[in-house]
Structure formats: structure tokens, C-alpha cells
Design a protein. Sequence first.
Lengths: 369, 293, 449
Amino acid sequence: MVDITISGLSKSFGRVNVFDGLDLEVKDRTYVCLLGPSGCGKSTLMRIISGLDSADRGEIRFDGKNVDNLTCAQRDVGMAFQNYALYPHLTVEGNLRFPLQAPMQKGRWTQQEMRARIGEIADLLQITPLLHRTINQLSGGQQQRVSLGRSLIRHPKVLLLDEPVTHLDARLRYAMRSELKRIHNVMETTTIHVTHDQQEALAMADLLVIMREGRIDQAAPAMEVYGDPATSFVASFLGDPPRSLLEVELGETSGAPVARINGVELKLSGKLGAVANAAPGRNAILALPARAFTAAQADEPGAVLDGTVRAHEMIEGAQRIVLDVSGQKVNLHSSAIRHVVIGDRLRVFAEASDGMLFEGATGLRLSAN
Amino acid sequence: MSQSRAARRAAFILISPAVLLLLALNVFPIGFAVFISLRHWSLSIVNPPRFAGLFNYQELTLDDRFINSLSVSATFVLIAILAELVLGFALAFVFNSKLKGLDTLRKLSLLPVMAMPLVVGLVWFYMLNENFGVINWFVTLFGAERLPFLTDSTLAMLSIALADIWQWTPFVTLVIFAALQSLPEYVFEAGRMDGLTEREIFWRITLPLLRPAIVVVLIIRAIDAVRMIDLVFMMTKGGPGGATEVLPWYLYTTGFQSFDLGYAGSMAVVMIIIVTLGAQVFVRQIANPEKGR
Amino acid sequence: MFRKMMKENIRGAACILGATCLAFGASIPAHAQGVLDGKTIRILGIGDPVFQVMQQIHGDLEEIAGGEIQLDVRPFDVLHQQVLLNAQNDLSNYDLIAVDLPQFGEYRPFLTNLNPLIEENDYDGSDFHDVAWNGAQFGGNQLGVPLQPHPEIFAYRTDVFEKYGLDAPRTHDDVLAAAKTIEENEADMSGVCWNAARGTPIGQSFIMTQGDFGAAPIDMVKVGDDFDMGNIQPENMKPTIDTAEGEATLNYFLALLEVSPPGILNMAWDERVRVFAQGGCAMTYIWSGRSAIYELDEDAPARGNVGYVSHPSGPDSPNRSTLGGWYLSIPTNIDPDRVDLAWNVIEWLTSPEMIAEYTKHGNCVAPRKSVSADPEVIARCPVIPHVNQMAEDGFLQGWQRPPVPEIQKIVDVLGAESHQVLTGDKSVKDALASAQRLIDREMRKAQYY
């Protein structure tokens, strides 16, 4: 129920710069996912938003009002912690009631209202039967719900979720995702959800924020981020299996744009060709989805990459192979299953038409204009 | 059928060492104490021990000195334990703050625990002595009168408690400190998120979470304090009057100076009963309070 | 290995500590050379001067004896325990034990009769003062040989007494009057130091002071001014605490309290002498052997300024000082093969040469006539001729602490009850009644009557 504006935010721990001059705009009622590899600063960002940590420079505004000097409670933020952080000495009900009894809330709630609020939240989270259990009698999923319930009980303006489903098993994790969305729809709280799981982020986010090494690479609606990555990192971070990034040299062969890897030329047709032609430099990164590669027979001629098998695994009716092509990693996903062992040589065809080009030096997306 | 019998036999064999040990080290001595307490038994008399029935127990109810020693013991335990807990707690929190140099200080602070209680008693005896004691020397430096630390009823009790507190507070600190260190940081953050002040966090989160550690340290210290004898032996011999005659000291003088084993045995039995009952009540009341409110 | 190293260290230390090595070498009694002959002697001793001296010169002793001397030194109460517990063993852990004079009654069943050994070895006990030698005789059996028998006497500062024109105190009233005078005039000096600590210290003070009034703690038969200790019957075991003499004793304590130094309620054997030595009090009750504490300390103000008298007495009573102190005895459960060895060591450790040697290191006791007449010894220990005189006058007696098994219980009860009187927790009457009842109960339990 609040817009969040983050501008010029900087934070360092000792000599380690976590981030420097970070900007982000979150509209009211948005479900934001902060996605990035561990260590990218996403948790720190969330802690600064919550008020548990403070930034060195920059500011955070809720609905245009600076909240830098407000405590967590004054910001009216609710937070569900990665490890639930439930009070182990209290029952489920005690945990839910706890935030309502904090000094700031003194006098705001009658016993009856508290009971009503607890009932409401317990119903929403379907934990009413658990209210009188102690925390150590709960399963992980149940603790997760209680933790959520505790962060929601005051109807906070902002809900912060720190890897809320990471510790759950796959089935529960899946169920919990839709649960979170449902709750968000009911409560309409501006929500910031930190995760390192791209599927989770893609499935849930209204606004997907990709962070890397303290920078925001891209902040956009989820499908836009997926379909139209702004940087080579984003391109390679999303997708299952992730896109392969190949360092190429752009060039021309008989007037047609090509990308050269180890002397192998990949034709760049259509829009990609135009992009290549407009590129400022000759060094570029070509991102290709896994399905762009097909394994070649031993003696099959053509534009073929020659690589060594580094890893392989079977998944439902398909095979994934990680190839090392003279130092570059290629992810292969094919339904034609063949017997390989690690160290085998394998040749693959590459089809560049679904590819994207990024500037070699900066990793920024190249476009035709 | 035969298999379950074999299993039962195996079970018996497996637990028998533990049971034997328990019998030898616990059940037998207590049983023997009861046996002794029902006889007239004095090592110093050539007369052989003989059955006395409940004579010794009857004597206990009439013995002012015994009743006095019970209340002295209770007073000592209360004073020492309360002070150790409060001080130990405070120190643990100081050590838990991340100030520089505290690490060394923390290690040094454990030294008293390693000292032999008898030696601690002797050192305090000399420090508190009215004629030679260094503490009274300091007192006179400030122009004050020497204080009868060991010969005034109230001061003597406090002096013994002081020595005990000096020795054992670091132990309490150690346990509480360890517990503090193992408390999950996120729970405090949750408390902050919920809008608690630091004081409220202490009372409503830290303290309840430390409860198991507190209970353990309280039980250990209480049992230790109930049977404390070294300090009294070195510092006051139970005096002045009977102001510091704790039960173990009376028991010891009766049993091992006057060699009235039967009477001492009856005291030992009463002491065992008190300690056991006390521990039971204590564990029930404090270790398992009604589940969270 | 470690033991041996320790031994060597101790010997080294003893030699460094002065010319004792040389001086000592000269006084080695020839017959004692190699008394151990490579064997080990095991002695259970007390933390009193004589055994502390043995510890000091342990290395030299072992060298002379030509064997190992295992000397366990224990505090009074612990020693008592150890002796009784050791007596329960089939085979004694010690060859020699230290026995306090009043303990003979209690230990009697556990001590070897030395008469056969004395005869066999043609041993002459007549060099010992009669009262010391006879003190260990029960029913004609010699149960121990005197090592450090000494009386509790009364010491006063001659310089201070002279300054105020006071005479040597002979009665309780003298003591209190002198104390008052001195306390009024000397800022930092109190009147009297005495054993007022709870337990054994004040318990012993009680019975010795009761002796000042000519009374014993139990109903023994009176012979002249003294009591018959050789023939104590069950009917003699009745306590005589709740008596006029008992009351006078506690009242004297209360009067003493007024002229005592600070911390008196926690003062015992060692501290009273040290406070006296440093000038903290003008008078003290003292076991005579401990006078070495100041006589050998060149910095002590009391050194050379001390006069000695036997215990000051109550009204109309003779001066009597309690004789106590330590004897060497052989437990009955000793390995029979070791009896001769044990006897030889007794002979050696109580020889005139050794007794004289102890006086050099802080033990001012000389139970042998030959030693107490030695001018060098007297120069070191001015107290010795005084004690001699007291012995000759018949002032030294043991009946104040009758040698009965219950003596420690009596002392323990009195030690608790008297202290409560001093702290004001109990009236004199209540304390006496209570002590009388408790001791009576003890005697009935032991089925004396």
C-alpha cells in the first residue's frame, strides 16, 4: 500500500562495497522479486529497506516520504525471515500475537480485536488448527506459514520476504508460491521477495529485479526480463537450462554477417544480422538457448563446434550435456539421447537465429538502432 | 518367543554395567547412609555399633544447632546464588558486546573457577582477617574503623557468600555467555521488526530463550552451594556463634570430628531428601513453566 | 623419579638456608647413622612446630638415616580422622603416628604397648621429665615416647608490664586488671590474645579455663588439688559443665572479650601468637613450644621481652597449666616385621641430639632434662627453664583434658555453645544447660550409665 523509491543507495561493509548508487522504483501493490546469485547484495538491499540495516548514502522513500531515520516498526514493514525466526518459547498464537503487543502498538488493540486479527490471519494461512502448538511441533511448511502470518498480522505497508520458500521441499515450495500470490492478492501489500531461484521469480514477480555484484542489471516485468534480457548476465542467468554465452568475433563472409568462434562461422540472419552490422565493436557475446545446439554425427560436415563433454545428465525424456568448446561453456539440451562419458569429444551444430548479441566489453544488449 | 528372550537377555547384559555402576555409586551409599543413621555408631568408641531405631532422627527435631544449620544453609544458598546469577548475567552481557580486549578479559575471568575452593577460602580468610588482612588495611587507609568481616554474624555470612560469589560468578557468566552466543540473531531482528525496544527484547525474547541455560546453571550452582563446606572450614569454622554453620559443616564436624557417625548419617539422609525434593520442585516449577503465553 | 628430584631439591634448599648443614653434621648421633639402612619409614604427623621442623630438614634427616622418610603432616582434625580411619585397616599405612596427650584415652586400643621394646633395648626414659614420660602411661603400659610435650601457659610482655608497674599475672583478676591498664594507655595494643575461634579452639579454651577454677569437664575423682586420671570409671563420665565453675569460665570469657584484639572471635593457635609477636596484644595464652615464633624472629617486637607463667587461676584455685603435645606411638596394626624399625626411629627422633636440633628451627620444647639444661638451648628458647620450673612445681597437669574417647565430642559441643555466648546469641545459662544436655546424651549413647 505504498510506493517505494530507492535512489543512489550505497552500502559497504568495511572495504567490501556491497552496492554503489543503486536506484529502484517500486509501484504500490507490486509483487517484486529480487533475483540474483548469492552475494549479489539482494538480502542487504532488503534489510536496508526494512530498516534493520542502514545505507551509507542514498535514500529510501515510502510514498515520497524519506524513511531513513525511521525504525523498522515505524516504517510499518513486515518481514518473513529465511529461517522463519519464530520465537521458540511461544506457541503459534503467541508468535502471531507478539507484534500486536509491542510497545508501539500499545493501546491500539483490544483483546477482542487481537483475537479477531489472529483468527483472520490464521484462516488466511490455514493454520487455525495449529494455533496452540509450540514451534518445535511444526513442520517447515507450517513454520513458514506462521512466519508469514506474523509478518502480516499488523497489515504492514510493505511485506519483505527473505527466501521464504527456500527451505521447503519441492512440492511444498510449489504450493507455497501460489499461496503467496493468493495472499498478495487478498492483502494487496507491496511485497519484496528475495530469492535466488529464477523459476520462482519468473513465476511470481510483477516486477523482476535482477541483481549482480551490487548492481541492478534489469528491473522489468518478468516475461520481459526473460524474453528481452538487458545484459548478457541476465540472458545467461535465466532459462532452464540457461542460455550459453559464446564470445564471438563479428564479421562478414561474402556480404553476410557472421559470428566467428574458433574459425567456425555462424550465420547471423535477419534482425540479428542487422544488430551485428550496427555493432560498434567486433568483439561480442552471443547468447544462445540450449535448443539452438544439436549434436552432429562423427563425420557430418558443416559449421560445427568441436567440444569436450564436461558434464551430462538425464532428465525426463531428454539429455543435458555441458560442453567445453575451447574454454567456452555450451549447454546442450536434446531429446535425441546418445551415450557419452565425461571427456568424450562431441561436435555440435549451432543455429544462431534465436540468439542475442551483447557488447563484448560491457555485456550490454546490442540492438539494430 | 525364544528370540525375544534372547533379546531381553542381551538387553540385560547391555544395561548391566550402567546399573551396577548406579548401584555401587548411588544406591549403595544412600542405602548405607540410611543404615548408619539407624544405629549408634561411633568410630571413637570401642563399643560395637548397635541399633538405635529412629533415635537419631528424633534427636534432629530437638537439635537447635541442626535447625539453625538448615536456615543458615538456606540463607547462604539464596544470597550466593542470587548474586552470582545477577552478576554472572551482567558480565555475560558485557562480554557479549564486541568491545576490544574483552576476549582476554573473558579468559582471565575464568581463573577463580579453576582454583581449589579450600585455597580460595584460605586466601579470603587472610584477606579479610582483622589483624593482618589486606582489605582491612585498605579500610583503614580511608580512615574508617576495621570491619569484623569474619566475626560479625551478618558480615561473616556475607564474607563467605562473597568468596563463593568471587569464585563461581565466572562460571555462571561462562554458561550464560555460551548460551547468548548461540542465540539466533534473526530472532532479535524479528523482535526489532515487530517494534520492540531493546529492553523489551531483553525481557520478552532474550530472557525466555536463556531459560534453559539459566535453569541448568541454577541447578548446578544450587546443588554446589547446598553442599559448600570448604569456605566455612577455612574462613569461620561455622562462627561466629552458629552464624555460618551450614548443614554440611555441622554434618562434617559431627561425623568426622566427633565421629558420631549415626547422628551424622541421619543428617545426611535429611540432606539428601531436601536436595532431592528441592531439585524436583525446582525443575518442575522453573524448567517447565506453562507453555508460552 | 619425581620424588627423588624433589628430595634432592629439599636437601639443596636446606643447605642453602644457612650453615645448618655443617653445624648439623657435627651433631649427628653416631648410633643413629643409617638407622633406616635403605628402608622407608612412614610417619603420620601434625602441623605443629616439631613436625614442621622435620619437614624443613627432611633432606638431612634422610641422609643421616640412610633411607626414605615419608612424613605426612596433617592439621589437627584431619590427623584425628586419619588415625581413627587407619585403625580400621587390617594393616596400618603408617609405622609411627603422632598422638596428642589427651588422645591416648581415645586411641588406647589402637596403640602398641612399648614396654617389651623398652626392656629389650634397655631404654632409659628417666631423662624425660616425669610428667611428660608418665603422661603416656596407661595401666602401667607405656604407649608413646614424648617428642614435643608442652603445656599451654601464659606469656606477657615484660617491657610493657614494667612500663606500667604491673606484676606478673597470677590470677584472672590480675590478667583483666593489667589488660585494662594497658588498653587505656596503649593505642595499638590490646590486652589478651586467646583461642576464641569457633570449634576446637574455644572448646579447648573452655576446658583449660575450667581447670583454672580447679574443675574438670567430667566427674572424675579429686586427689588433692588434682584428679585421678589413671582410673576413670563409667560413673566418672558424667559431664560437669553446668556448674559454678562452668559459669565462671564463660563469665571470664565475656570479661576477656572486652580486652581482646579485633577479630578475636576467629583467633586460634597460630594467629594469637603472631598478633602477640607483632605487639597487637600484651598477653597471650600460648603452647610453650610456639614461643619460637617470636623468639627466632629478629623483627618481632616481643622478642626477648616476654615473661612466662602458668595459667593464671580463678579465685582460691591453684595455678594449673594443661600439658599436651605430641608423642610418637606405634599402631597395633603395624606389620610385625616393621616394629623394630619403628622403635629404632622413635629412639632416634626423640634422642637428646635431635630434641636439641629441633629447638634450632622453631620448636621450643625440651622434654629431656639433659637438653633443657643446655645453655645454648636456653639461649634460643628462654621459655624452656620456665616450663621446667612449672613441671617441678607440679603446675603441669593433663586432667583438664581427660583422656577419654569422648573428649573431642566434649570439645566440639563446648566449641559451638561457648561461641554463641560470645556473640550474644545465647545466655551463659542456656549455653551451659545445652552443653551439659548434649554431652550427657553422648555419654548415655556410649552406655556409660
